[in-house]
Design a protein around this ligand. Structure first.
Ligand code: M6R
Length: 615
């Protein structure tokens, strides 16, 4: 978590860093800070709150000149979010300054040592320990900043993406990475540093993504030198040409990124299957699967590891893989899987799902599975992300940048990729008839238009949202393929509106949650025509007889639920296995409108961050 930005070159650093921090605020927004080098001095300003608060404070506190600087937007780990714990942090001499994304796990023992040597600390952060460790090495071993960073990092346990500079050597910035992402944009005699490429897209499309355990000395005069932190070996930089553009990360006329991303789903789903799905010819081409077909087909089982919304997409895939391809599937929270000594063999295929490709628990689960000999396949959105590089093979979702903290298009595109994989395996295994296969392919091609249609009910959904916006608790029910959608609907409401919500399999209700139902309780029930319809209608009757308020997500033209429910929201008809791609749309919109009506910060809900790079 946390976003880091840096600049060294010919331009004024301040506007580049400030704008970059705004783009990285999705990574954390507890506090923000900036340090610029100007006129032999470090000009530092930092504050609790958002980048907008920093902007206001910096304008009155420091001169914003200078062509070298670093900035930080924080998701707090060590120390509460306040001005003092905000980054950047000085070393004791005031010569060195650092920004850091990650956690130094052994910071307490390092701090004890430094205290013994006379160092003092203003903040509660692990980062202030690190900068003083670097300073201590630099002074005692009489080495340059780059070497001091390297020696210090070899004593550190944990994760980091850091940027450091020395006011006595204002022509270079030293950066290093382990576990947290760090990209370096290469301009014309100028360099940009950032947690992802978004802060420098309008300046350059050339970027180097540092690998774990690499560091770089970026010098105004001498360019970039990359080394391995452990053995000092020089690394040949691999410069990538970036494919994303600025429009993709801007709001494009929508009030919030979340709303924009909800509306992008028809195109995002199309982009996901583009070039892979050839419905007319009955072909699915996915190089990550094609190149490893034998290994995957011979798997004893598939284990899905993921967190949050990606875990919900994994749960949907359990139904898809088991029903279509007849492969046993287990879906695991990555955070549980990594610590419970799971039984994994070389015959297992692990599918890791992650929008960001940076989630720490998912990454750790991947490493564990690989160490036991499993074949690991990644489903990621962010191209070049750590998870996409750590897995043996994979498929990108191609959803485009997702900035809103609440995941929307990542979910539907993950399901699309997983559906393509399941259909391909089903075809290869012969567990699906030709006619079923063709029907699935054709119907999948129609999904983008059906999502568009589902989005057209927005005004009606907004009206429903206005009725239930003041609820204190909500239940979400679904069965089969739509049970995970109920979980996802509840998560969406919780995270952006702060209303307590629970998702349940509809039939589980009578084993406990039914006790919660009274006239105050809105119950969102997914009751599509295909998928245990009659059973779900009976569940609805049970809620009705206990005076619960029922909002049914139903297939267009449905009459039965309409008759019983307080409100219904329609979605177009599709195959049962594809319904999650449609039923999720009204639930996303409902959460969005409720959150807006309650005045919540939809794109940056409290306490959250977009990518969780700490465990
Ligand atoms: O980037 P990932 O898909 O690995 O992220 C996993 C979760 O942190 C993420 O889905 C989170 O639950 C979202 N805020 C949900 O909207």
């Amino acid at each position: 978590m946390c976003g880091i930005v840096g600049y060294i070159g010919k331009r004024e650093a301040y506007p580049i860093i400030l704008e970059g921090l705004k783009r990285l605020e999705y990574r954390g927004y507890d506090s923000a800070g900036i340090a610029l080098y100007d006129d032999s001095e470090i000009k530092l300003s930092k504050t609790k709150g958002k980048v907008a608060d920093l902007e206001a404070k910096a304008a009155t506190e420091i001169s914003t000149n200078g062509t070298l600087g670093i900035g930080h937007t924080r998701w707090a780990t060590h120390g509460i979010p306040n001005d003092i714990n905000s980054h950047p942090h000085y070393s004791n001499s005031g010569n060195l300054v650092i920004i850091h994304n990650g956690i130094i796990e052994n910071y307490e023992s390092l701090k004890k040592e430094l205290l013994k040597r006379g160092y003092t600390f203003k903040s509660d952060t692990d980062t202030e320990v690190l900068i003083n460790l670097i300073e201590d090495v630099k002074i005692n071993e009489n080495v340059k900043l780059g070497k001091a960073v390297q020696i210090a990092l070899n004593q550190v346990v944990g994760a980091y993406a850091i940027a450091v500079f020395d006011k006595k050597k204002p022509n270079e910035i030293v950066v290093a990475k382990l576990g947290s992402p760090l990209a370096i944009g290469i301009g014309d005699e100028e360099y940009f540093i950032a947690s992802d490429a978004s802060p420098f897209l309008e300046y350059t499309k050339k970027a180097i993504y540092l690998e774990d355990e690499e560091m770089a000395v970026i010098s105004r005069k001498k360019g970039i030198k990359i080394r391995k932190i452990k053995n000092d070996a020089l690394v040949d930089p691999y410069i990538q040409e970036l494919q994303i553009n600025l429009e993709q990360i801007e709001k494009g006329g929508y009030e919030h990124f979340m709303l924009k991303e909800i509306h992008e789903q028809p195109n995002a789903i199309k982009d996901t299957y583009r070039g892979r799905l050839r419905a007319k010819e009955g072909i699915i081409k996915m190089s990550g699967i094609d190149d490893n077909l034998e290994r995957i087909l011979n798997a004893n089982r598939i284990i899905v590891v993921a967190c949050g919304t990606s875990w919900h997409a994994g749960l949907v895939s359990e139904y898809i893989f088991e029903n279509l391809a007849r492969i046993p599937v287990e879906v695991e929270y990555a955070s549980e899987f990594r610590y419970r000594n799971p039984v994994i063999t070389e015959k297992d295929v692990v599918i890791a799902i992650s929008q960001s490709g940076e989630t720490a628990d998912t990454l750790a689960a991947i490493k564990l599975a690989k160490s036991k000999g499993a074949f690991v396949f990644g489903v990621c959105n962010v191209v070049g992300s750590t998870i996409s590089r750590e897995t043996h093979a994979g498929a990108y979702t191609h959803a485009g940048p997702e900035i809103g903290v609440a995941s929307t298009k990542a979910f539907t595109t993950q399901i699309t990729v997983l559906t393509l994989i399941a259909l391909k395996l089903a075809k290869e295994k012969g567990t699906i008839s030709n006619s079923q296969f063709h029907m699935q392919l054709q119907e999948l091609e129609l999904i983008p238009d059906k999502v568009k249609k589902a989005l057209k009910y927005d005004e009606h959904i907004k009206m429903v949202a206005s009725i239930y916006k003041d609820a204190k608790n909500c239940l979400y029910l679904g069965r089969g393929y739509n049970f995970p959608v109920a979980l996802e609907g509840a998560l969406k409401l919780k995270e952006i509106s702060y209303i307590h919500a629970e998702g349940y399999p509809a039939a589980e209700m009578k084993h406990g949650p039914i006790a919660l139902i009274d006239e105050q309780m809105p119950v969102f029930v997914i009751a599509t025509k295909k998928g245990h319809y009659e059973k779900v209608v009976s569940n609805i009757q049970e809620i009705k007889s206990r005076s619960g308020k029922i909002i049914g997500i139903v297939t267009e033209g449905d009459q039965d639920v309409k008759y019983i429910a307080d409100h219904v929201i329609e979605i177009p008809e599709t195959l049962e296995s594809l319904t999650p791609l449609l039923t999720t749309i009204p639930l996303q919109l409902l959460s969005y409108h409720i959150a807006v009506m309650l005045g919540r910060n939809v794109d940056q809900p409290r306490n959250l961050a977009k990518s969780v790079t700490v465990e």
